[in-house]
Structure formats: C-alpha cells, structure tokens
Write a protein that binds this ligand. Structure first.
Ligand code: ASP
Length: 610
C-alpha cells in the first residue's frame, strides 16, 4: 500500500510515529514559512505541516500543490501545539510534520468545490459526478447504502434465503409501466424487454422449489421521471413458499427492525411493532396510502355540522353525498418570527392564497378556512366563519379539538380530490410548521388494498398491485359479483411518507389466474402469448407463495437522511432520463441500427440537457 494509515485514524496515542499517508488536498493554507495542507481520504481529514526551516524539501513541494492534487506524505505524528487544536476534526489534536511530499497526480482547478456543500445546480454535480462523489457527505450516503445491502444479504442468508440472479434480457414482466426494449440482432425484428421487476421469475423459482429466494435486483421502468423516480432502480426482491400474509410481513418487519438498529441506531422508531392501517382508513384520514406518520394532521370528517351551516357550497355537496373534511393546522396563525403574535391579516390571507393555489393543482376549486384567534375573546377570521352559528362553531371546534391560534382548512369534493387535497395539505403544513422530525422513522404497514381500481378511460379494472396478486380468501366470490369491492392480499411497508416496499400473496392456481385476465382487459390469447410460460408452470405443482420487494434506493435514502434517492445512487439520471456525465442516451454509431434491422425516424440533432 502507498499508505500506512488512513487520514481519519490518527490520534494523540500515535504521537511520535512515522507514518505514510496518501489522499487528496482538501485545502492548502500558505503562511509563508509554514504551509498547512488538509489531506483527505475516505476515512477523514488530517492536517499536514511543511516547514521551510526544518523540512525545506517538503516545503518546496507543498508550495506547488493545489486543491485536489493527489499526494503521498511521509512524516511524523505530532501533538499540536497548545491552542492550535481543531475540535471539529476527529484528528484535530494531532498533525503530521511532513518530511517528504510526493505529488502522485496533479489536478486542474475543479469545477465544483469538493470541500464545500453541494450548492451548485444538481445538473452540474451530475456532470462531474466523480468529483461530487468525492465529497464526504456523498461518501457517507454511498457507504450507508453499501452497509444496508450487506446487512440485508447477511440477515437473509442466516434465515436460509438463497440469492439467485435472474436475467436482464427477458420478456415483459408487467408492473404497470412501459417496458424498455432491447432489439435482438440474431432474431431480426424481435425485442427483449428489460424486467420491470423479477416478478414472474421469482414465482417460477417457487415452482422450482427454492422456497426462500431473494435478490438485490435492478429493475427498469420507462416512465416519466416525476419526483422520486429513476428509469433504473434497485430492489431487494424476495419470495417465499408455504407462507401467508402474516408470515411475509413478520419476516420483513424483523428485517426492517434489525436494519434500523444496525444502520440507523441514532434514529428513533416511532412505533414498534409497526402499526397496521387499512388502505381505506389511511385514505380517509391522510388522503394517501403512504402517509407520513411522524405528525398527525388528520382529516376530520365534519360533514354533519358543515351540512347544517349556512354555507351553500357545503350544503350542496353534502346533499350530493360528498364529505366535508377539515385539517387542523396547529398554531398556523402564529407569526413565525414572534410566536406570541398572530400573522397580520395581509400575511394570513397571502398564506391562505398560497395554500389555495397549492390545492388547485390537484383539482380543488377553492379553499375554505377559519383561523382561530390567539386570545379567547378574539374573532374567528376567514371567509366562512359567518356561515356558522356560534353554537355550530363551538360544536365544530370541540369535534376537531381546536385550540387558539389554529387554522382550520376545509375541503369538500369528490373523494379522489379530497384525498389529494388532504395529502397535499398535510405534507405542506408539516413543512411549514416543521412537524416532521428528521430523527424519527415512522414505519407502518398498509393492508387490505382493493384488488382493482376502475380505469375509466379504458373501461376496465386495473390491478392495484399486479395481476399475480391473490384476492383475500374471504373476498374470492366478489370477483364474480362485485370486483370493485374485492380486497387484495397486498401489503405495503411505508416510512416517513414513502412506500419502502410492497408485496402480496400470489395466485397459485391457474384457474384463478385465468379469471383475472379478462377482468383487467387482457384477452386469453394475449395473456397466453405473454405469460404462457407461467400458466404452463402452474400446471406442475405450485406451492402457495408470496413475497415482497423493497426499494433499496428509498430505504438507503431514509437511513442516510438524504433528501432524495439521487443522493444515494452513484450515477443517477436526470429528469429527462439522461446521464449528463457520459451523455447517455446517445445516437448510435453508423451501421449499428442496420445491424439491428431498425430504421431511424429521428433526425440527429444536438440537444442540451438541463
Ligand atoms: N414485484 C412487485 C413490485 O415490484 C413486488 C412484489 O409483489 O413482490 O412492486
């Protein structure tokens, strides 16, 4: 090795030792006779001193080094002179008196500052990802991800799971997204599909008798990259035979708890065992099937009182069978700069207008609100207070548990819009009031999903999860009589507003599987063409089975405390699916398309990816 120690490990006890270090120049400070270099490697930072008088050779070299040069340093560990210790550095009680400095490689002035937080535009960071990844914060993220995956592998191995790789070049394995296709050169005109998940293959592995399978699997979905999506992402994929829903949930909850203890011991688990919420209850209370449970902000149904008020919009909606719901934003009227005072009328109205704009993006027509005064005798503000009698207001506040200074946000519309509004408002209010504690992990299970959602456009049922999910045994008959009421055996694990993973007990009976196809608008002919292999396999002794898949990027993001999944992916893609460092996707070389028997219909042009 070109180094005897790392830059992060030297302490007082090492004083007097001869060491060899190697790493990058984090910063260099020239004080004339003395040059200080902070040398950085994966393990930390340490100060190097080159002294013109005592070590003139190393001083001469230090004169020429700049940020991000790669150096090897031979020197002696010294306890820093009193008063010059740096409490912010783990190695801050010592430094290295450099007897010899070798420049292993020079560096141009880097386009982004590695020794500062990444405040550049994200696209700049992605363009120079190898520099961005050099930052300690990014190294922490990537290493947290590594530790997460390593722990998962060891834990599942202990529990007799077998890791089995499945092909990337395969056939459509539907998870409801568009497939990425790969043309076959050897079979002109035919294409492979990249797997959206190893769903069918893992079920076939159950038919094959492996009983407990897992894989750290790359999945591909050609979707518009909204928010938290990447065209390729990593799953912990799992499948087990001879299990019911309870078994799969228990094993996965055990893994999640062990992971938290190992990877994020500093974080507090909100509840253990994980609470379980029925899908419908989650939607009614939180408007989402992945609510952030670190804060309450529940939607409270006030249809009864609101229907009796003098507010015509509510009266009409209630008559039409629509609900009126309220979110109580605690203390939202308080001035953030001085909590003892309320916001001015003008600021309050501005805030309410911004909330209204926000919920209009999900289809709301407007925002009705009431703001409670800070003092008992003050007046209720807002456009709809006057439509409620004093008694109605008292009853309303009592039902909601309202306190002085709260702002009540009302929503009333079709259920889908109410859900979306509640979800938007909860997340936004929690942000405004800082209600989501970054040190808390709020895991929970969502169960009893509907088996299908009605697809109005295509006039058919869409599976809530995928077509291999079994209905709950007690709802089997509903498939014939009222498919919309049937619940699936799906379970999702959620944490802090994200779906960490999901799975289900599968259909293991060919007849039942064949019943699903027409419901979801697939002809038997098409289904046989796409999934003939699985239907055939289902005639040869299929164990009851079920499984789950976790989003590794999401769980690593939560453990690393990162704001989005791109921060835990070494080389992520932009919103337009580009790698701006390597310039992918790119136009093929001349002749490549002909080899594949593909005619291009697109003119080549230079595009700037932002
Ligand atoms: N294949 C499913 C998914 O990717 C997970 C599962 O059902 O196991 O969401």
């Amino acid at each position: 090795m070109l180094k005897s120690h790392t830059c992060g490990e030297l302490r007082k006890e090492h004083a007097g030792q001869q060491v060899t270090l190697a790493g990058w120049v984090n910063r260099r400070r020239d004080q004339g006779g003395l040059i200080f270099i902070d040398l950085r490697d994966r393990w930390g930072l340490i100060q190097i001193v080159a002294d013109a008088e005592n070590t003139p050779d190393s001083h001469a070299v230090a004169n020429n080094v700049r940020s991000e040069f790669v150096l090897q340093i031979k020197g002696t560990v010294r306890i820093r002179p009193e008063g010059t210790e740096n409490a912010e550095l783990e190695t801050g009680e010592v430094d290295i008196v450099a007897e010899e400095i070798t420049i292993l490689n020079a560096s141009k002035t880097p386009p982004i500052y590695i020794n500062q937080d990444g405040n550049e535009k994200e696209v700049e960071r992605m363009r120079y990802r190898y520099l961005d990844l050099r930052r300690p914060a990014m190294q922490h993220n990537i290493i947290t991800r590594h530790r997460t995956i390593k722990f998962i592998r060891d834990y599942l191995d202990e529990q007799s799971f077998v890791e089995i790789e499945t092909p990337i070049l395969f056939k459509t394995t539907p998870e409801g997204a568009r497939d990425f296709l790969v043309p076959s050169r050897l079979q002109p005109g035919k294409f492979y599909a990249l797997p959206q998940s190893p769903q069918q293959l893992k079920q076939l592995l159950m038919v094959a008798g492996y009983e407990k399978y897992f894989q750290i699997a790359r999945c591909f979905r050609d979707e518009d990259l909204r928010g938290e999506r990447q065209p390729e992402f990593t799953q912990l994929d799992m499948e087990m035979s001879f299990v019911d829903r309870e078994d799969v949930m228990t094993i996965n909850e055990g893994l999640a708890l062990a992971l938290c203890e190992e990877i994020a011991p500093e974080k507090q688990l909100l509840s253990k065992p994980f609470p379980r919420l029925k899908y419908q209850d989650a939607m009614e209370k939180y408007g989402s099937d992945k609510p952030d449970l670190r804060y309450e902000l529940e939607a409270i149904d006030v249809t009864e009182i609101a229907g009796k008020s003098g507010f015509v919009v509510f009266n009409k909606n209630v008559e039409a069978g629509k609900a009126v719901k309220v979110i109580r934003a605690p203390g939202l009227i308080r001035n953030p700069d001085d909590q003892s005072k309320p916001l001015s009328n003008e600021k309050l109205k501005k805030l309410m207008r911004s909330l209204e704009d926000l919920i209009k993006t999900v289809g709301a027509k407007g925002l009705a609100w009431m703001a409670l005064p800070l003092e008992e005798e003050g007046e209720v503000k807002g456009p709809i207070g006057k439509f409620f009698t004093v008694d109605q207001k008292i009853a309303l506040f009592e039902q909601i548990g309202a306190e002085p200074g709260d702002v009540l946000l009302f929503t009333s519309d079709e259920p889908e819009i109410v859900y979306a509004v509640v979800d938007k408002l909860r997340r936004h209010i929690a942000d405004l009031l800082n209600l989501a504690d970054p040190n808390v992990l709020a895991f929970a299970w969502i169960i009893d999903f509907p088996q299908f959602h009605w697809d109005e456009e295509n006039q058919r049922w869409d599976p809530s999860q995928h077509m291999f999910t079994a209905p709950l045994p007690e709802d089997l008959e509903l498939l014939d009589t009222d498919p919309g009421k049937a619940r699936g055996s799906q379970y999702d694990m959620i944490c802090n507003g994200y779906e960490v993973g999901g799975g289900s007990i599968r259909i293991h009976d060919r007849e039942l599987q064949e019943k699903i196809f027409p419901l979801i608008g697939q002809t038997m002919e098409h289904a046989k063409e796409q999934f003939g292999h699985i239907l055939e396999a289902f005639e040869y002794g299929v164990p009851p089975h079920g499984g789950m898949a976790w989003g590794i990027d999401r769980i690593a993001m939560l453990f690393a405390g990162a704001p989005n999944i791109r921060e835990v992916i070494a080389f992520p893609k932009t919103q337009t699916g580009s790698d701006v460092m390597a310039n992918a996707p790119s136009f093929p070389e001349p002749g490549q398309l002909e080899d594949l028997f593909i005619a291009s219909t697109v003119e080549e042009e230079d595009e700037d990816d932002e």
